[in-house]
Design a protein around this ligand. Structure first.
Ligand code: NDP
Ligand code: 8X3
Length: 257
C-alpha cells in the first residue's frame, strides 16, 4: 500500500501549477488533501476533479497566506478529522517584475516578501506545532534554483528564495530531535502561470520564457515532492535541485529558436 494512503496533505497554492500537480499526486496516492489558495473557484473545480478521478477526499481553505490572522484562524479551526496534517507543502509563491533593484517597485517587493517568506512562516508556525505534538510529519518547502543563485534583475525574488533555503535549514536544525522531516524541492524553469504572474498578464512575454527548449512541467516537481513525502521514516531528502535538461544555471538555458 502507498505510504501516503489516508494521510493528510496540506498544499498551499493548490489552485495552479506546481501546487495543483502536487494535489493531484497526493490524491492519486490515496491521501486526503487540504487545498488552499485565494481563488476558491479553482479549488472547487480541482476538488471535483480529484473526487471524480481518484475518489479523493479534499477540504478547501480559501486563504491569502499573507494574512497571518486568517492563516492562524483557518488552521486552528480545522474540523477534527482534518487536524492531523501529515505533510505540509509550502508552495504558495510568486515573482513580480524583473527590474534593476534601484528601479524596482516597492509594492512588488512587498508582495514577494510577504508571500514567499512571511506566508511560508505563518503557515509553518501554525501547522508544525501539531506535527511536533504528534511526533510525525514531513514539511516540503518549494524553493527554487533562485535560492541557490542570483540572476540579473532577479534581486528580490532571489532574496526570498534564499530566505526559503535558510528557513528550511533552520527548521531542520530546530526539529532534529524529532521524527519530523524538513525537505526543500528547488526547481529551475517550470511551465506554469509563474511568468504570467511575474509579467502581470503579458502572455507573449511570459511565453518567451518557455520557448526553444523543453521546460519542466508541474508534474515533474510533484514527483520530487512525492519522493520526499513517501521516503521511509528514517530518510530525510534534505534538498532536491531539479532542472530542465536544457538548463544548467539560472542564466544558461540552451534554446533553439
Ligand atoms: P503559479 O502561478 O502557477 O502558482 C502559484 C500558486 O501560488 C497559485 O496557486 C496561487 O494561488 C498561489 N499563491 C500566490 N500568492 C498567494 C497568496 N498570497 N496566498 C495564497 N496562495 C497564493 O506558479 P508555480 O506553480 O510555478 O509556483 C509555485 C511555487 O513554485 C512558487 O513558490 C514559485 O516561487 C516556485 N517556483 C516556480 C518555478 C517556475 O519556474 N514556475 C521555479 C522555481 C520555483 P492564488 O492566486 O489562487 O492564491
Ligand atoms: C523560478 C525560477 O529562474 O525564473 O523560481 O527564477 S526562475
Amino acid at each position: 500500500m502507498n505510504p501516503l494512503n489516508n494521510k493528510i496533505a496540506l498544499i498551499t497554492g493548490a489552485s495552479s501549477g506546481i501546487g495543483k500537480a502536487c494535489a493531484a499526486a497526493f490524491a492519486a496516492a490515496g491521501a486526503r488533501v487540504i487545498l488552499s489558495a485565494r481563488r476558491k473557484n479553482r479549488l472547487l473545480e480541482l476538488s471535483a476533479d480529484l473526487k471524480a478521478k481518484h475518489g479523493a477526499e479534499t477540504f478547501i481553505i480559501e486563504l491569502d497566506v499573507r494574512d497571518n490572522k486568517a492563516v492562524t484562524l483557518a488552521f486552528n479551526r480545522l474540523p477534527d478529522e482534518w487536524q492531523s496534517i501529515d505533510v505540509l507543502v509550502n508552495n504558495a509563491g510568486l515573482s513580480r517584475g524583473l527590474d534593476k533593484l534601484h528601479e524596482g517597485s516597492i509594492e512588488d517587493w512587498e508582495e514577494m516578501i510577504d508571500t514567499n517568506v512571511k506566508g511560508l512562516l505563518y503557515v509553518s508556525r501554525v501547522v508544525v506545532p501539531g506535527m511536533v505534538a504528534r511526533k510525525s510529519g514531513t514539511i516540503v518547502n518549494i524553493g527554487s534554483i533562485a535560492g541557490h543563485e542570483v540572476y540579473p534583475k532577479g534581486n528580490v525574488y532571489c532574496a526570498t528564495k534564499h530566505a526559503v533555503d535558510a528557513l528550511t535549514k533552520g527548521l531542520r536544525m530546530d526539529l532534529v530531535d524529532t521524527p519530523i522531516r524538513v525537505c526543500t524541492v528547488d526547481p529551475g524553469l517550470v511551465q506554469t502561470e509563474f511568468s504570467e504572474v511575474r509579467f502581470r498578464g503579458d502572455t507573449e512575454r511570459a511565453k518567451i520564457t518557455y520557448k526553444g527548449y523543453k521546460p519542466l512541467q508541474p508534474e515533474d516537481i510533484a514527483d520530487a515532492v512525492m519522493f520526499c513525502a513517501s521516503a521511509p521514516p528514517h530518510v530525510q531528502i534534505a534538498e532536491v535541485l531539479i532542472l530542465p535538461t536544457a538548463q544548467s544555471s539560472t542564466t544558461l538555458v540552451h534554446k533553439v529558436l
